[in-house]
Design a protein around this ligand. Structure first.
Ligand code: HEC
Ligand code: HEC
Ligand code: HEC
Length: 107
């Protein structure tokens, strides 16, 4: 379990996910069940952009404009996933995988 402070105020949005009622605006909640990250792994709870690597990443304002969500300046599960999106794997904003990556990564 990763424990992080809850400084970011958020509005609860409770939906049914795999038979459980969960608050999809709570980035920490995902990690209760998805510890092992089967299938894929991407760093989460890391600051954006990572210190010293700013040249490899787009600006924070460009990320915000895209609709991809940083929480407290960090990349979380709900940066890339919107469980309200019925598409399989629930990507944020109906983006294709490569579109999503290019929102942040310049290389
Ligand atoms: C109560 C436990 C639980 C919580 C909390 C939870 N999940 Fe899941 N999730 C599951 C289970 C079980 C599956 C189905 C098996 C699998 O794919 O790992 C799943 C599947 C998924 C899938 C694959 C698509 C699908 O729906 O089958 C995504 C994407 C996903 N979860 C994202 C998230 C995100 C993002 C959060 C936090 C907002 C979250 N989950 C919170 C239990 C949970
Ligand atoms: C940088 C973007 C990004 C982040 C951050 C991210 N995901 Fe994903 N996730 C994806 C994409 C894109 C897919 C679509 C499957 C693929 O092609 O890898 C996916 C697929 C999944 C799936 C389905 C896995 C499968 O095998 O089909 C689950 C479950 C999931 N993510 C859960 C999470 C959880 C939980 C977190 C936070 C710990 C998280 N993701 C963080 C981009 C992300
Ligand atoms: C919201 C911005 C964002 C998005 C979207 C995003 N990433 Fe990342 N990615 C990061 C950050 C931040 C790191 C952490 C880099 C670090 O700490 O050095 C990272 C790290 C990685 C790493 C680990 C290697 C490294 O440089 O440390 C890989 C691989 C990666 N991302 C691939 C992807 C892929 C593939 C996608 C699209 C599915 C994607 N990323 C989408 C921000 C993002």
């Amino acid at each position: 379990m990763i424990v992080v402070g809850c400084s970011a105020a958020h509005v609860a949005m409770v939906i049914d996910h795999q038979g459980k009622k969960i608050d999809i605006n709570d980035a920490n909640t995902c990690l209760n069940c998805h510890d092992d990250m089967k299938g894929h792994s991407h760093p989460v709870m890391v600051p954006y952009p990572p210190a010293g690597k700013e040249k490899e990443y787009t600006s924070v304002s460009a990320v915000k404009k895209s609709g991809v969500k940083l929480l407290d300046g960090k990349v979380t599960c709900i940066t890339c996933h919107d469980l309200e999106n019925p598409q399989s794997s629930h990507p944020i904003k109906n983006m294709s995988k490569s579109e999503l990556c290019l929102v942040c990564h310049l290389k």
